[in-house]
Design a protein around this ligand. Structure first.
Ligand code: ZN
Length: 435
C-alpha cells in the first residue's frame, strides 16, 4: 500500500463529505446518512479495515470499524463523529452550503465546523497511519453516526442500545465540541476540551382549570395559572453552582489571564472573558427558558387547559435540585411532562488520556494551554457514556484569533481554515501515538 499523507488528504475528504447532502430536519426527515456512510466505509476499507454499515431505518446509516492495536488486552478507545448536519437556507450563504468551496483559505459549507471537519480529520489520520503500518497502541473503535442533530435515536442511542457489542472494551471516547483554540494573546491559546455536558429537560407544561364563559367570574382560569407559572420560571434567578469542571476551568484561565478569581463571584470572573463569556456563562447554573405558549380558541371562552414549553438545562450533579425548583415554581395546578430528557455527564480532567491530548497540542502549538469546560448542550457522548465510557470533546483545531468559531455551529457561512484541518491531523496523529 502506498503511504498516504493525512495532511494532504484531509481537505479533500472534508470537501467531499460537505458535498454529500446529509441534512437532518428531525423526525426522521431528510436524505439520511447512507451516502456519507458509504463514502466513509469505502475510505476505511481502502486501508484494510472492515467497516460495518448499520442502518437503524431506511437510509439512516451508521459506520463502525475496529482497528486492532498493538496491545489488544488494554481497554479500547472510541473515536466518534456524526455524519448528519443541520438544515440551511442557501440564500443566506456567501458560498453554497453544499459546495465545499475553498475561499479565503477556508473550506466552506454546512458541516465544516459541525462536524464533517472532525470526520475528515479522523479519516485522514487513520488512513495515514494504517497505510504506513502504524497501529495505535491499543484497540481503537471508529463510529460515524447518524442523527446526532435530532438527539441520536437513529444514531448513537440506537447503536448503544442495539449493538453494544461493537463497543466492547471501550472505556474512553473522543468526540466533538472541544479541542479548538481561543486566543489569549499573540503567544498563547486556550484549547477547550469538553469534559462535561449539561443535561436536557424539554418540558410541556399544562395548566388545568375550569372551562367557562369569558363574562363570568372564574377563579380557576387555566390561562392565568399557566401565565403565572411561566412567569415564575422565566424570571427565576438560578443560583451559581460551581461544578468541578467549571472550578478547574476558572482556576486555570484566571492564572493564564492574570485575572483576580473570586470563588464567591464566579460571574464577575466569567464576565472578564470576552467572547468566551457567552459559552462559559451558561455553565455556571441551571437554566430554564420558556419557549412556546398555547391556550384558548375564542376571545369569550375560558379554556379547560393551556400549555407552554420550557427548555431546561441542568448541571452535572444538580438534576434533583433543578426539578425540585421547577416543581415549586409550577405551583399546584400546572403539571409537566418531558418532550425530551437526557442526562448530564462529567468526567475529571486527569489521567493518561488527558495528558496525551495536552501533550499532543503542546507539541504542535507551544503556546497551547489545555483546559476543561462544560458544554451547555449535548452530543452523542451522552449515549456512549451509558455504555460506561468517560468522554471528551477533542476535535483539535488551531484557529485564527479573530474567527468566531463557536458562533458558527449551526450558523450561516460555516467554514474551517485549511491550516486548522492540517493542524488537527498532526495533533490527532500524535495523540494516537500516546493514547
Ligand atoms: Zn455536532
Amino acid at each position: 500500500m502506498t503511504a498516504l499523507n493525512g495532511e494532504d488528504e484531509v481537505v479533500e475528504l472534508c470537501r467531499d463529505l460537505i458535498r454529500i447532502d446529509s441534512t437532518n430536519a428531525g423526525d426522521n426527515a431528510g436524505p439520511g446518512e447512507r451516502a456519507a456512510a458509504e463514502y466513509v466505509a469505502e475510505k476505511l476499507a481502502e486501508v484494510g479495515l472492515e467497516p460495518q454499515i448499520l442502518e437503524s431505518d431506511d437510509r439512516r446509516a451508521n459506520v463502525v470499524a475496529r482497528i486492532a492495536g498493538e496491545d489488544s488486552s488494554r481497554d479500547a478507545l472510541l473515536l466518534h463523529g456524526h455524519l448528519d448536519v443541520v438544515p440551511f437556507n442557501a440564500a443566506d450563504w456567501t458560498h453554497h452550503p453544499l459546495s465545499g468551496e475553498i475561499a479565503d483559505d477556508c473550506v466552506w459549507g454546512r458541516g465544516a465546523v459541525d462536524m464533517k471537519d472532525m470526520d475528515a480529520m479522523i479519516l485522514a489520520v487513520v488512513r495515514q497511519r494504517l497505510s504506513q503500518g502504524r497501529r495505535p497502541p491499543r484497540d481503537v473503535v471508529l463510529a460515524f453516526t447518524a442523527d446526532e442533530e435530532a438527539g441520536g435515536a437513529y444514531g448513537a442511542q440506537w447503536l448503544s442500545d442495539k449493538h453494544p457489542e461493537l463497543f466492547e472494551g471501550c472505556t474512553e471516547a473522543i468526540g466533538e465540541v472541544g479541542g479548538f483554540s481561543v486566543s489569549i494573546d499573540e503567544a498563547r491559546r486556550l484549547y477547550l476540551i469538553e469534559t462535561a455536558e449539561k443535561g436536557i429537560a424539554w418540558m410541556r407544561l399544562t395548566a388545568h382549570g375550569r372551562a367557562g364563559h369569558g363574562s363570568m367570574l372564574n377563579s380557576e382560569n387555566a390561562v392565568t395559572e399557566l401565565a403565572e407559572a411561566v412567569g415564575r420560571i422565566g424570571r427565576y434567578e438560578w443560583p451559581v453552582r460551581l461544578t468541578q469542571t467549571v472550578r478547574t476551568f476558572l482556576t486555570e484561565v484566571s492564572g493564564a489571564l492574570e485575572l483576580e478569581l473570586d470563588p464567591d463571584d464566579a460571574e464577575a470572573t466569567v464576565a472578564k472573558l470576552g467572547p468566551l463569556a457567552r459559552m462559559i456563562g451558561a455553565t455556571l447554573r441551571n437554566t430554564a427558558n420558556p419557549t412556546m405558549l398555547a391556550g384558548g380558541y375564542k376571545a369569550n371562552v375560558i379554556p379547560q387547559t393551556a400549555t407552554a414549553h420550557v427548555d431546561g438545562r441542568f448541571l452535572p450533579g444538580y438534576e434533583d435540585e433543578f426539578f425540585e425548583t421547577i416543581d415549586e415554581l409550577l405551583g399546584p395546578n400546572v403539571t409537566r411532562e418531558f418532550v425530551y430528557h437526557d442526562i448530564a455527564i462529567e468526567t475529571g480532567f486527569d489521567g493518561p488520556l488527558v495528558r496525551a491530548m495536552a501533550d499532543a497540542l503542546a507539541a504542535e502549538d507551544p503556546g497551547a494551554l489545555a483546559v476543561p469546560y462544560t458544554l451547555s448542550g449535548g452530543t452523542d457522548l451522552k449515549a456512549f457514556s451509558r455504555l460506561g465510557m468517560r468522554g471528551f470533546g477533542f476535535a483539535p483545531l488551531r484557529l485564527p484569533a479573530d474567527l468566531d468559531f463557536s458562533g458558527m455551529f449551526h450558523g450561516v457561512d460555516e467554514r474551517v481554515p485549511v491550516d486548522s484541518l492540517r493542524f488537527g491531523v498532526r495533533v490527532l496523529d500524535r495523540f494516537l501515538d500516546g493514547c
